[in-house]
Write a protein that binds this ligand. Structure first.
Ligand code: SIN
Length: 318
């Protein structure tokens, strides 16, 4: 069995430092190298780890270039017979989008891809990053697992499709809505909540995604999330069309409804050949039947930010 873990650092609070360790609410994300996060981590020498510093950013600033490099690194690891799994350290703010991007691009995984993060900086009095990183390594080396990209935080394992950041500062900052976690990490052992469905994912498709993104121009197609809300303005969608937007995800009220002031703009977008998808602003559940049906994203339970990723990939030919 291949033994090596590729540990990819991208920044985030897990690599953050606070000027005053007692005041961990004030800090700078993305300060420590991923190698430094590993140093002294109990149990980390049980498996060989190759640390790669792929980026060093606050994940609110995530962009196409980092995603493309991350996909390439994951794909190389999937092909490398010496690699057992990939673990990625990431900021909490957009981890669900990166997880979903990788899931959509890679399809059914031949090896684990595990993202982890932290809510407190590395030098906080009681940081959560070391435990999360240990747990992520445990999930990456577990005997059984899901063939899906997962996020590990606060002792829970969440599948990329469902995971959402649900709290701005608590340690338990992630949830998987009605689905619940995919598993738990208990004393270094993983207990899965559900088994992988045999046909849960399409086959591995990393090569196809890497090729498509290598050929894609920069920046990638512009897909915007437009939220329907009280007092919505009719001018917004036409202004986006005028500016060259190429896809729209409507974060709709309730069961996929749109403020009447925005309907003409949505129709104009459709008329111009701009793909328009609807998702719901609701935290739980999914739209029963998107109307018009053409505006239903393939996975209607997707949050607006994940539907945006899927639509962008669709426009890139994936
Ligand atoms: C970030 O997302 O990079 C900063 C916030 C965090 O990691 O909690």
């Amino acid at each position: 069995m291949p033994s090596k873990i590729v540990l990819i650092g991208t920044g985030g609070t897990i690599a953050g430092l606070a000027p005053d360790a007692a005041n961990a609410g004030q800090y700078q994300a993305a300060q420590l190298s991923v190698q430094a996060l590993l140093q002294g981590l109990p149990g980390s020498d049980a498996v060989p780890v190759e640390a790669v510093q792929l980026a060093q950013i606050d994940s609110k600033d995530m962009d196409d270039a980092v995603w493309r490099a991350l996909l390439q690194a994951c794909h190389s690891a999937m092909l490398n017979p010496e690699v057992r799994a990939v673990v990625i350290t990431h900021g909490t703010d957009t981890i669900e989008e990166t997880a979903w991007f990788l899931q959509e691009c890679l399809g059914r995984l031949p090896k684990p891809v595990v993202l982890t993060c932290a809510m407190r900086p590395a030098n906080a009095l009681m940081p959560d990053g070391p435990q999360n990183l240990r747990d992520a390594l445990a999930v990456a080396t577990a005997e059984a697992g899901l063939p899906e990209v997962v996020v590990v935080a606060d002792r829970e394992v969440h599948a990329a499709r469902w995971v959402q950041k649900i709290h701005p500062h608590r340690l338990q900052a992630f949830g998987s809505g009605e689905q619940g976690p995919a598993g738990w990490v208990e004393n270094g052992r993983v207990r899965w909540a559900y088994a992988a469905a045999a046909d849960a994912r399409p086959d591995y498709c990393g090569e196809q995604a890497v090729q498509a993104l290598a050929q894609a121009g920069q920046p990638w197609p512009w897909v915007e999330v437009v939220t329907s809300h009280a007092g919505a303005r009719a001018e917004l969608i036409p202004a986006l069309l005028q500016a060259g937007v190429q896809g729209l995800v409507l974060a709709c009220t309730g069961n996929g409804t749109l403020h009447q002031a925005m309907e003409a703009g949505a129709a104009q977008a459709r008329g111009q050949g701009v793909l328009v998808w609807r998702s719901s602003r609701c935290a739980l559940g999914q739209i029963l039947e998107a109307s018009p049906a053409a505006e239903a994203p393939p996975a209607s339970a997707l949050s607006a930010v994940k539907a945006r990723v899927s639509l962008q990939l669709r426009l890139l030919g994936l």
